[in-house]
Write a protein of this length. Structure first.
Length: 92
């Protein structure tokens, strides 16, 4: 599913909005999520799951072709943990 598909779904299911307004709503939601995660805050969507930004420390890795050790820099990663409701919906 693409962002365009999400916009189309919002347009069809939530009547009363033009496609342009539906697109603005979807864009605003994604922008808010992005800004919140950039600040390192957790996002909890009830009945869906949690988005959490984690810090990973620098570590030593290996180039698989040469076996040479390289340093993998520290970085932030996004993790998602689905809620029990979503897990049940997927496995029913």
């Amino acid at each position: 599913m693409t962002k365009a598909d999400i916009i189309e779904s919002v347009y069809e299911k939530v009547g009363g909005f033009s496609k342009k307004e539906a697109a603005e709503i979807v864009e605003t939601v994604f922008h808010t999520i992005k800004e919140t995660l950039e600040q390192g805050e957790k996002i909890k969507v009830s009945g869906f799951g949690n988005f959490v930004v984690r810090d990973k420390n620098a570590r030593v890795g290996r180039n698989p072709q040469t076996g040479e050790e390289i340093t993998i820099s520290a970085r932030r990663v996004l993790t998602f943990k689905p809620s029990q409701v979503l897990k049940n919906a997927l496995n029913s």
